[in-house]
Design a protein around this ligand. Sequence first.
Ligand SMILES: C[S@@+](CC[C@H](N)C(=O)[O-])C[C@H]1O[C@@H](n2cnc3c(N)ncnc32)[C@H](O)[C@@H]1O
Length: 214
Amino acid sequence: MMESPKDKYIREHTTPLSEAFDWIERQTHLRTNFPQMLAGPVQGQFLKMLVEISGARDVLEIGCFTGYSAACLALGLPEGGHVDSLEIDDELEDTIREGWERAGVSDSITLHIGDALDTLARFASEDRRFDFVYIDANKREYSDYYEAVMPLLRRGGFIVADDVMMGGKVYGPKPATDKQTLGLARFNDVVASDPRVEVVLMPVGEGISLIRKK
Ligand SMILES: C[S@@+](CC[C@H](N)C(=O)[O-])C[C@H]1O[C@@H](n2cnc3c(N)ncnc32)[C@H](O)[C@@H]1O
């Protein structure tokens, strides 16, 4: 897809990531069918800063794809911090690992191949806890990820959920009928009415919700 003048301007006025991230982006275009799923340099820098600002040490990502956003999250970690990244597609593993090696973040990320809901159930049985969770996987399942993640999130911890507006489809003007939009609309409603959290839905990209557990 062609970059719009607005997106070009935003990118040119955002601190760039290293050359390793350009490599991951190129490989994603060469090796995958949906390269537009990748976070990109602006959102990547934003995620890195959010981890830095929050001071999170234990970070969880749901939806690794080719590893771009996981590497950005890892760059924001303090010394000794860690990212666990979940991905269902095992064919992505070689690309993911090579990109992380090039970005110098291999030692601070663990990749878990498998269905995220199974991995989250295992984390619950192991009493794992996280300070920061990035949700960016199957839009039909966002509410399921949310409910599975809430018990694992420390008080004061953050959930960042990507693509929550689906190009405006969640708010009309036509009522949505596709399962992805309906899944996101349900997620947005659940979060907005959940007394356990505060949320701000930001018009960044396709919509990012920043959720804080009280
Ligand atoms: C939008 S992409 C993630 C993009 C990535 N976070 C980035 O910004 O570079 C969504 C990913 O979630 C994965 N996914 C979908 N359903 C999943 C599930 N149930 N468990 C784990 N991963 C899943 C897909 O295979 C895909 O790679």
